[in-house]
Design a protein around this ligand. Structure first.
Ligand code: MLT
Length: 245
């Protein structure tokens, strides 16, 4: 297995696809996806375009769907939900499909959607993703951070590092053997420095600060927890994610 980390969708190679792509948007899209599926959501369907989301979701029975729209960290008016994982309670999401569009997370997913396997990861479901990699041993793995409008995001690269760190630890392989690019080594270093204070890291992150200005303190706390959910969100058809466990 060779791991590659790309900090943003823009830095991810075009015209190639890995055996397994893992999209990461810790704050907050991939944390929300894991939470919805863990709470019994039927599936999460992602869109980069809000109009397309509305058109496709209209074809779905209204009692079986929820629509979530986020731009700039805030809820898009007219949508039932924004992008707070804490809103996705079992009472609300059980048996329903979440149709979601967010500023960056859904763009990252679009960028890798033609890979043989597409997973989503956040700190909260990191262990499930690591277990999948160790069991299936895909030859090439890309971990793609969502960043913020083309720029690097601390929290996404730290999560990529958390995945790589656990793979190194559990496979007993030296990092230089697993690393397909230098970004893997730097992501592991970033995670190693902050692993006991991820919330502190989020407070340094530009999107963390944006969410704090929007009074999303509880979301930051929730998303900074590691390995609390066992779900493995996996793409079943382009843009549609379900969990196998
Ligand atoms: C995004 O996709 O940019 C994020 O998930 C934004 C957010 O925090 O809602």
């Amino acid at each position: 297995m060779k791991l590659f980390v790309y900090h943003t969708p823009e830095l991810t190679p075009k015209d190639q696809a890995p055996d397994c792509a893992i999209a990461v948007d810790v704050l907050r899209a991939t944390s929300t996806i894991a939470t919805v599926l863990s709470a019994g959501g039927e599936a999460v369907q992602v869109f980069s375009d809000l109009d397309e989301l509305i058109a496709v979701s209209e074809t779905w029975p209204s009692q079986k769907r929820l629509r979530a729209g986020e731009r700039g960290g805030g809820k898009v008016s007219g949508f039932e939900l924004g992008n707070s994982p804490l809103d996705c309670t079992p009472e609300l999401v059980e048996g329903r499909r979440l149709f979601i569009s967010t500023t960056n997370g859904t763009r990252a997913l679009k960028r890798v959607q033609h890979s043989a396997t597409v997973l989503t990861a956040a700190f909260i479901n990191r262990a499930a993703v690591v277990q999948y990699l160790l069991e299936k041993q895909p030859e090439t793995v890309w971990i793609v951070g969502s960043g913020w409008e083309g720029s690097f995001s601390l929290e996404d690269t730290a999560c990529a590092g958390a995945i790589a760190h656990a793979v190194v630890e559990k496979s007993q392989l030296p990092p230089e053997e697993l690393a397909g690019n230098d970004e893997v080594i730097s992501a592991i270093a970033l995670y190693s420095q902050w692993q006991n204070n991820l919330l502190g890291l989020f407070h340094h992150a530009s999107h963390g600060k944006r969410l704090l200005r929007l009074e999303c303190d509880e979301d930051l706390k929730y998303c900074s927890q590691t390995d609390i959910l066992t779900v493995l969100p996996m793409q079943q058809e382009p843009g549609v994610f379900k969990t196998l466990n």
